[in-house]
Design a protein around this ligand. Sequence first.
Ligand code: FES
Ligand code: FES
Length: 163
Amino acid sequence: MQYALTINGKSHTVDVDEDTPLLWVLRDTVNLKGTKFGCGAGLCGACTVHLDGAPTRACQTAISDVGKASITTIEGVGETPVGARLQKAWLDVDVVQCGYCQAGQIMSAAALLAQNKSPSDSDIDAAMDGNICRCATYSRIRQAIKQAAGADFGALGPQRKGA
Ligand code: FES
Ligand code: FES
């Protein structure tokens, strides 16, 4: 069946089964590989994208449920002011270790900052709760979110990989 999608502001028409997960459509049909497959069960957050700005697990979203929602992926989030600030902060803080979870982490963080310009620690923890990092970069993720929000409390200071 054909579906007309808006992904990162561009129109795409895909012809897939109605129960195809959005994650497969993004990666295999539209060739946007930045969104990652982790658990495939809604548990890790690696596949997080935005549907009309809301963080959404692409592995758990059938293409037939997307409707007219505008899809934003890690390839497009840097075009938004919040996404651009987050990407800069991620580099400044040197958040990433293996990197596998990080696209999903940034997508969840961008959705948080779009709604809450000055999140508390508990706001950040709640918003990021479903995004798992096997490299345990959680402290640096929190620091980068605070920096992007304009509230770098500096508790950790810049950290290098492996710190
Ligand atoms: S791959 Fe979707 S939540 Fe893990
Ligand atoms: S940076 Fe390796 S899984 Fe998060």
